[in-house]
Design a protein around this ligand. Sequence first.
Ligand SMILES: NC(=O)c1ccc[n+]([C@@H]2O[C@H](COP(=O)([O-])OP(=O)(O)OC[C@H]3O[C@@H](n4cnc5c(N)ncnc54)[C@H](O)[C@@H]3O)[C@@H](O)[C@H]2O)c1
Length: 335
Amino acid sequence: MKQIGLVGYGYWGPNLIRNFSELKGCRVKAVADRSAEQLALVKKLYPEVAVTSDAGELFRDESIDGVIIATPIPTHYKLAAEAIRHGKDVLVEKSFTASLSEARRLLALAEAKKRVVAVDHTFLYSGAVQAIKKLIDSGAIGRVQYIDSSRLNLGRIKSDISVIWDLMSHDIAIMGYLLGRTPTSVSATGISHTLRTVENMGYMTLFFGDDTIGHVTASWVAPLKVRRMIIGGTKKMIVYDDAEAHDKVKLYDVGYTVTRDNSQSRPRFDYRRGGVSVQKINGGEALGGLAKDFLRCMNERSLPVSSGKTGLEVVQVLEAATKSVAANGKEIKLR
Ligand SMILES: NC(=O)c1ccc[n+]([C@@H]2O[C@H](COP(=O)([O-])OP(=O)(O)OC[C@H]3O[C@@H](n4cnc5c(N)ncnc54)[C@H](O)[C@@H]3O)[C@@H](O)[C@H]2O)c1
């Protein structure tokens, strides 16, 4: 039986404690949060769980095997490093750290201490994303030429991190997982209307060193909720609408061919508009899949699907995108 400690019981922490509490083979032993109000909520819902305002208490508790860090991003590095130094495996919320250098140092520390590092890129565990990955890997849509994502809604506006670090981290993680590779360069623009500091809407283009391109639009100030990704392959296309309650993934048998006939002055485009099929997906909660994976890796000492390396790769893109925004969309090389 693995014992788990949770640091941070704000907006996302309750989802983590619920999923880990429902999982066989582990037990949430304690929760740390600076807010007494939040700790009172934990006590009400989970009377058997110990609470403390000092995260250090969890790290020093030798009976705790794994610690989840669900505090704001700027605090991740310090808390996760302290947990690892005390011999804990860690599950860190996205985005992994506030900078690439922090991510590198954290991974080096975890390697030296032989600790498991998982990062909560929740979507990698969702039935929809896994179904899309299967379709792509089976060759059903041909070679992926583009992934275009829109992630818009009204709120939750942040004051400490931009919409790029908050929302686009999902899209970068999903694209990396689906394509099995990371971008070679990135370009981004954004604007801050809200606080005139961190961007509340942004646009990012990811280049992959060939003819595959990714694009993300993200906003906290849109009138409606949009969670839509279009994946264009050379044979077929996929529309993934995460805002839909059902039928989130649809496969479109559409495409085009180009004919270049020397006798004609212009190339000819022929369009194929076939049927649409709804894809069957596993309906389990993604966070439950992540909890299961973290527990498996704690027991087997293996690498999570969403590992520290995944977290680092996402942070690398986020940091480059931030530089690009400051330079009005300049393309920033990643390797
Ligand atoms: N995976 C996802 O889809 C997803 C969704 C939402 C948030 N998140 C991530 O979860 C993390 C937390 O986000 P949130 O929206 O819950 O934030 P939040 O501000 O609502 O909650 C953070 C909590 O951490 C506590 N806290 C801060 N510093 C602390 C410290 N040093 N010791 C103990 N407690 C401390 C605060 O009191 C607060 O209750 C962020 O990294 C965020 O990016 C992930």
